[in-house]
Design a protein around this ligand. Sequence first.
Ligand code: CA
Ligand code: CA
Length: 282
Amino acid sequence: MVGIIRRLICFQSSILILFMALSARSSIVYGSSSLVISEFLADPETPLKTEWVELKNCGDEPIDLQGWQLGDALTRHLITNSEVIVNGGDYLVLAADTAAFILFYGRPNYQFLQLSGWSILNNDGDLIRLEDNSGLIIDSFRYSYTYDNNLTWARGEEPGKTDRWGRSIAVGGTPGYPNQVYYQASASSIKVKAEPNPFSPRKDGRMSISFSLPAGDKAAIKIYDLEGRIVKSLLEIPIAMDGTVFWNGTSDAGRRLPVGIYILYLEVYNCEHYKQTIVIAP
Ligand SMILES: [Ca+2]
Ligand SMILES: [Ca+2]
């Protein structure tokens, strides 16, 4: 599916945005519980050999999962028939095969369960649903594709972004831990906020570069010097996504760059590029 998306070029972006809006809609909360589907891996690739789903209790009150079920579009399976409490703010990871999960991620220090039955999540799209002990759908998420290289579907956790889903930044995602997400591309043209600018690596530590990109092909963020040389490649992703990257003022070789003017360059291949002056201060 990723290959198909790559072939869509920019003039089709309005169609793609509509497609994504329909296919990657944020979940609808039917019940009153604060437990949500937070992250999942539907398409494990070797050496990872198990699907898994992360739940998060976004509220303050503990929730008992006894009698709850997890399922896909067609089937569902009991999570547990005994008391399993998820405290406020905590995660619980459910895996199809816990031994395969541990082989890849190591032994978890968060709550972790293997279900006796597992609804296989289709790689080309499916629905995940979570039901409470009365059969009420508490949360669900529909997707129409998966990402390569064991990148997960993950829900935003920053304020204002908890209804947005996207791709995990790290390979393997973050089971049991807060999500780090590149969101579905959302802008009609490239939007960037680089701050502070000027920035001092010594005083500020790092520059934060938040970006919203139009849907399209591969995207990249690079820093050039005034001689037109690439001094730092900050990001290269196969599909344009929204997100934030940080730069501490070092080159690709890890050297501190001299004080001065640089060019921040963003590109969505075959679509659009953007340039902005940024300054490294003493
Ligand atoms: Ca699968
Ligand atoms: Ca996570």
